[in-house]
Design a protein around this ligand. Structure first.
Ligand SMILES: Nc1nc2c([nH]c(=O)n2[C@@H]2O[C@H](COP(=O)(O)OP(=O)(O)OP(=O)(O)O)[C@@H](O)[C@H]2O)c(=O)[nH]1
Length: 134
């Protein structure tokens, strides 16, 4: 069975929000785009809005679906579904994560990522590059 997991690429002032998983979470200490598992009967967008409120206390609007990544972790397989998201408001309060950074696209490759996030991070960097060259 494939578990659907959404993740949010929340942009503000040319930076994107990334979060570091805590010592006690699977993929401990690695960086990710925040999000979580889609519940039964829930849309991907509703899942993101709920997870980002629960985990970070932020209000967002999902704007554009990027390319999903299927990743095997041991005996579990996830489909990680990324969305570009608009930040609407709120002050970050970390409920689960160890830390967070607002990062410019050219610095994203310097972080130690969850394996599933690497292609998503690269797609985002390519999109950000297009914006500046047009
Ligand atoms: N949220 C999130 N999870 C990710 C990312 N990349 C990645 O491999 N995962 C994996 O996706 C799975 C689900 O993540 P999660 O644990 O945050 O989800 P959740 O809070 O809804 O679930 P839980 O309450 O059962 O732990 C984990 O195995 C996690 O390691 C990512 O960018 N964001």
């Amino acid at each position: 069975m494939i578990t659907k997991v959404t993740c949010a690429l929340i942009e503000q002032y040319g930076r994107v929000l990334i979060t570091q998983r805590s010592e006690t979470m699977p993929q401990a200490m690695l960086w990710e785009f925040p999000g979580g598992k889609v519940e039964d009967g829930e849309t991907e967008e509703a899942c993101l809005i709920r997870e980002i409120k629960e985990e970070l206390n932020l209000s967002i609007t999902p704007k554009k679906r990027l390319t999903p990544v299927v990743q095997r972790y041991g005996d579990k397989t996830i489909e990680l579904i990324p969305y570009l998201c608009q930040y609407n408001g709120g002050t970050i309060k970390l409920a689960e994560h160890r830390s967070y950074h607002w990062v410019v696209p050219q610095d994203l490759a310097n972080y130690d990522w969850c394996p599933a996030d690497v292609p998503i991070m690269q797609e985002f960097v390519a999109l950000a590059g297009e914006q500046f060259s047009s």
